[in-house]
Write a protein that binds this ligand. Structure first.
Ligand code: NOJ
Length: 559
């Protein structure tokens, strides 16, 4: 392996940043964020150090699922700008060394999409087979719905033609029929269109649902014989059209099933997948002050192709799902981080952001992000995490964490000069309001969370051993502590995180190390000596964190 390989497989050492143009920055004063506003704020993201933007859906939409219900896959929501504005953002981002990916939401369309309007007109409409229809009464599917607060079946009767259409999500989101080759061609065209405009890949929505054609009413004949062959096709098409374009898939399944979505160890399907299992285990570990569940998750990751990568995260735009924990474990996390019913949703998740869940404790918040950035994988941030934004619970849904970005302490947090009523949602109130949490103030403060993030991201990017290296949990006696080693080529990094409130002294032993080696702190100043057996003792405060480079004699790496 050579350092130059990190440029080819850029996603393995990237730092992703997810934002919704609608809530990021409003430049034309209509109350809604826009591409022109995003262009103005790209330098904030460059300064932060992230390397790839993930844009949430910015296409024309019926606005029933915050943009995930698309009415034109080739268009731009006119409130946000036009194609020219999108291209300007992509071009300016590229100039700053930032890549740009966007949501590819092709499991379903909006029911307002012209294709569906045609499809429901008659049974012999040319678009009928673009969606999944059945004529017989569907069985009870109430246990399969994704949004149980609003749906009780994944089939909806369409009065006009007397048949039912499939919708794995809301009934306003009919599923596309990917067994129809014409639909598959159209999806490829969408991929081709946006990559031609400069996108560097896609965050692929709801991938298992897209590939699951078992619900198609026609029995075996109506199914894709090998759904993964279809995913391979999409990847191969993207590879042909781009230079290193990625597919980052949303696949919230057990690890072994996720492996199949990578294309096994061939790695020819999804380039990356979110690590939902690791994320949920992290919260269980935090709730217990015990690193055990996280260690189990990390060690349970299957072996993938060296080109594949996990996307790690502690928060995203959806509910903080805890669906892969047992009922008892989920209740433990609820009790620790979201005990009130209004903090919970769908009996499986929380609608809170991280800082309020940790009672605003800066030691804990920094420890969690230090942990996230030290784990193997590509860390993924949701906008506002870099300044410690909170949620607005009064919104009462997943949108509680999708409030306007807080740029200044001024009106609307500097997001927009329009009247508050015109904004896409309320600005956060209370202790996490813009008055207390905003970019402008934190930029000037060397001790702010934003400054911490800058340092953390810069260190993360200098340590390809984290994204590429071998991962090993180091033996030590404290259950509250995770000590791990990532090593790659001539680089080795030890990270130690104390999930407990009590200070600890952590004895560590590193193979093939001796007194000629040194452990050099990367996030603060300091060095720790090693003895003849490769042993060292590290002290950590309650909720403390340390990153230490193993400095070998004669190394030319700078620290
Ligand atoms: C997953 C997205 O993350 C979520 O926000 C959306 O509601 C569903 N897919 C449906 O598109």
């Amino acid at each position: 392996m050579r350092i130059t390989d990190t440029a080819d497989l850029w996603w393995k050492n990237a730092v992703l940043y997810c934002l919704d143009v609608e809530t990021f920055m409003d430049w034309d004063d209509d109350g809604v964020g826009d591409f022109t506003g995003l262009a103005q704020r790209l330098d904030h993201l460059v300064d932060l150090g992230v390397t790839c933007l993930w844009l949430m859906p910015f296409y024309p939409t019926a606005e029933r699922d915050d943009g995930y219900d698309i009415t034109d896959f080739y268009g731009v929501d006119p409130r946000l700008g036009n194609h020219g504005d999108v291209v300007e953002v992509i071009r300016t981002a590229h100039d700053r060394g930032l890549r740009v990916i966007a949501d590819l939401v092709v499991n379903h369309t909006s029911d307002q999409h012209p294709w569906f309007k045609e499809s429901r007109k008659s049974k012999d409409n040319p678009y009928r087979d673009w969606y999944v229809w059945r004529s017989d009464t569907p069985p009870d599917t109430s246990d399969q719905v994704v949004f149980p607060d609003q749906e009780d079946s994944i089939w909806e009767l369409d009065e006009k033609t007397g048949e039912y259409y499939l919708h794995q999500f809301y009934k306003s989101q009919p599923d596309l029929n990917v067994t129809n080759p014409v639909v598959r061609d159209e999806i490829a065209k969408i991929v081709g269109f946006w990559t031609q405009l400069g996108l560097d890949g896609f965050r692929m929505d709801a991938v298992p649902f897209l590939l699951d054609t078992s619900g198609n009413g026609d029995g075996e004949a109506g199914r894709l014989p090998d759904p993964h062959a279809y995913l391979r096709d999409i990847r191969a098409f993207l590879d042909r059209r781009t230079n290193g374009g990625i597919l980052l898939g949303e696949v919230n399944l057990p690890f072994e099933e996720q492996l199949t979505f990578y294309g096994g160890t061939d790695g020819d399907e999804l380039t990356m997948q979110f690590d939902f299992i690791g994320m949920q285990a992290t919260y269980l570990s935090l709730a217990r002050g015990d690193a055990g569940p996280l260690v189990t998750a990390l060690q349970g990751r299957p072996t993938t192709s060296p080109d594949s990568q996990w996307a790690t995260f502690v928060r995203n735009h959806d509910e903080l799902t805890l669906d892969k924990l047992t009922e008892d474990e989920r209740q433990e996390v609820f009790a620790a981080f979201g005990p009130e019913p209004e903090m919970q949703i769908y009996d499986r998740g929380l609608i809170r952001r991280l800082p309020p869940m940790l009672d605003g404790d800066p030691r804990r918040i920094r420890m969690v992000y230090s942990l996230l950035f030290s784990l193997p994988g590509t860390p993924t941030l949701f906008y506002g995490e870099e300044i410690g934004m909170g949620e607005e619970l009064s919104v009462g849904s997943r949108l509680a964490v999708r409030t306007p970005m807080q740029w200044t302490s001024g009106t609307n947090g500097g997001f927009s000069r329009a009247k508050a009523a015109k904004l896409p949602g309320p600005v956060v109130t209370g202790g996490y309001a813009p008055e207390f949490v905003n970019v402008a103030d934190q930029r000037k403060d060397p001790d702010s969370l934003l400054s911490f993030f800058r340092r953390l991201i810069s260190r993360r990017r200098e340590c390809p051993e984290l994204g590429w290296g071998d991962f090993q949990v180091l033996e030590q006696p404290h259950s509250a502590v995770l000590a791990h080693l990532c090593s790659w080529d001539d680089g080795a990094l030890v990270a130690v995180h104390n999930l407990g409130a009590e200070p600890v002294t952590v004895p560590l032993q590193l193979a093939d190390c001796g007194p000629e080696h040194l452990l050099a702190d990367l996030l603060v100043d300091g060095t720790t000596a090693m003895d003849a057996d490769g042993c060292a003792e590290l002290t950590l405060e309650g909720y403390g964190h340390r990153w230490l480079r193993v400095v070998a004699p004669g190394t030319r790496r700078i620290r």
